[in-house]
Design a protein around this ligand. Structure first.
Ligand code: NAD
Length: 500
């Protein structure tokens, strides 16, 4: 007889009646594809555990996109989410093309959900994993970096995206990672950046990490370059504890981590903001299995336990998570992670949910039971002191093409056109110095960065920049954009050209 047959699932109210507690109103979005099936399952578990939550259902997703809401959400849903500040969201199908915006990105930005927290843990031997000791959390910056979505085509050959990294943004996410580590009894925080190449943007993140780390002497802190860090993560994830990183790197490595932990279907994710928070499964809406009643509700259930901790219902979160761990231990597995070596029952969504509910009040025997501290982690943004900022030059970006497209020709034209006090210091193409003294092998596109500084090493005025641009325009130079060169308290606020 298997475990499923031994238990009675008809009675979902397995817990004794609890004294009344304050109910937290949360917004609930049923989502698309398997969303409604797994949300039903999760709400059944929450109800059976007497979770102190009240649900306000909000409309968002594919149906709304099709009705013409470009962001996939109604104004009424926004009102409810803003009022409740907590959203439990099943996955949404994003229609391809048609100018539809990703609802997730919109929710993160509008609600200022700056931290994406994704635990990735192995449940071996009950869920097959090549990394049985893996137990890490990725704290991903959620709003900045390349996801600001500021892109331009500047010449027929060249497009660009702006990578924005701010000191308050870095401070908040790094501090969140350290506070999280403390709150959840973790020992080490690892930053991952590419600051050997992006010395200002990723360099700022690393620098802030070093500064904030000094405030947490009880925690180990280290830094790894993202490429080797990601390789080590995939190879020996058991060596990592909390990882904090920028938006794009975090997006990539959190999927790697969820995958190698055993199953992406088991992973939950929290998006934490100053006021609001959103909780969801890591996986998508799985349209290929929608409506068949076989989806694994675990990712959304784990996210719901993160939500409970966040709203202060830590004991309910423990109750549910431990029952879920016990279900995994008992070998009751949905098809997506069923494995003949580790599983005993191939459960559908309802059977799996029933099994979790039947185990409320039980704890795992071999896996470590969870213990949570209520209240989650909250970090306020810090103020940055403004020092002395001085304009010391300008990079003029130029669209220059045709038969005479040589760095020397452009250099001579710019030198002849530039009025006093300007000196053409260098021209780069795709970041490589090509004038003066460039290498003939360098491949050049139609996009040139021309650095002007004053002849004397002094500051310059905005009027002098405008006079330079006028002169270049009159000399038929196609200026496409400028970047001012500043020093901050005497420190250089711009990168040097390769070979400069
Ligand atoms: P997916 O995660 O939906 O599916 C990938 C594979 O995993 C499929 O074979 C699916 O059947 C399986 N799977 C996923 N979750 C499962 C579960 N809980 N139980 C059992 N099997 C599961 O990824 P996809 O196919 O790339 O995306 C489908 C849609 O979901 C797309 O429209 C995408 O934009 C959207 N999506 C939404 C979110 C979100 O709302 N947070 C996240 C990712 C993808």
């Amino acid at each position: 007889m298997n475990t499923l047959q031994m238990r009675d699932f008809s009675n979902e109210q397995v817990l004794p009646a609890q004294p009344p507690v304050a109910m937290t109103p949360i917004a609930v979005a049923y989502g698309d594809g398997i969303g409604p099936e797994i949300m039903d399952a999760v709400l059944r578990v929450l109800d059976a555990a007497n979770a102190p939550l009240r649900y306000d259902v909000v409309e968002m997703g594919e149906k709304l996109y099709r009705q013409g809401y470009k962001s996939g959400i109604t104004p009424e849903a926004w009102t409810t989410i803003r009022r409740n500040q907590i959203l439990l969201k099943a996955p949404i199908t994003t229609p391809q093309g048609g100018g539809y915006k990703s609802l997730n990105v919109t929710l993160r930005k509008v609600l200022n959900l700056y931290a994406n927290v994704r635990p990735a843990k192995s449940y071996a031997p009950f869920v097959a994993s090549r990394h049985p000791k893996m137990n890490l959390v990725i704290v991903r910056e959620n709003e900045e970096d390349l996801y600001a979505g500021i892109e331009h085509q500047q010449t027929p050959e060249v497009v660009q995206v702006l990578k924005l990294v701010t000191r308050p943004g870095c401070e908040r996410i790094v501090r969140y990672a350290f506070e999280y580590a403390r709150a959840y009894g973790r020992r080490k925080v690892t930053a991952m950046t590419k600051d050997n190449i992006m010395k200002l943007t990723d360099g700022l993140f690393h620098q802030v990490f070093n500064e904030v780390a000094t405030e947490y002497p009880d925690l180990q802190a280290d830094h790894q370059i993202i490429d080797i860090g990601a390789a080590r993560l995939a190879d020996t994830p058991e060596n990592f504890d909390v990882i904090v990183t920028l938006n794009l790197y975090g997006d990539i490595i959190s999927d790697i981590a969820a995958q190698i932990a055993g199953s992406i279907g088991l992973a939950g994710s929290a998006n934490i903001g100053a006021n609001a928070a959103m909780f969801e499964a890591v996986h998508g809406s799985a349209p290929d299995i929608a409506g068949r009643g076989i989806a694994n509700p675990s990712g959304l259930l784990v996210a719901a336990t993160q939500l409970l901790v966040h709203v202060g219902a830590a004991s309910t979160a423990e109750l549910i998570k431990n029952a879920w761990l016990r279900t995994l231990e008992d070998g009751i597995h949905t098809a997506d992670f069923y494995n003949s070596n580790n599983s005993r029952v191939r459960a559908n969504t309802k059977e799996f949910t029933d099994a979790v509910i039947a185990r409320l009040g039980e704890e795992p025997c071999q896996l470590l039971p969870v213990r949570y501290r209520a209240g989650g982690v909250h970090v306020n943004p810090s103020q940055v002191a403004r020092g002395e900022k001085q304009l010391v030059g300008v990079d003029v970006f130029v669209d220059w093409e045709g038969a005479e497209r040589t760095p020397n020709h452009l250099g001579q034209l710019l030198e002849a056109a530039a009025p006093s006090p300007w000196l053409l210091k260098m021209i780069t193409n795709r970041g490589v110095k090509v004038y003066p003294d460039g290498m003939p092998e360098t491949f050049c596109t139609d996009h040139w960065r021309c650095r002007f500084v004053p002849v004397e090493e002094t500051g310059v005025t905005f009027d002098q920049v405008l006079a330079l641009l006028h002169a270049l325009h009159n000399a038929h130079v196609a200026v496409i954009k400028t970047e001012h060169l500043y020093t901050f308290d005497g420190r250089c606020g711009y990168s040097l050209g390769q070979g400069e």
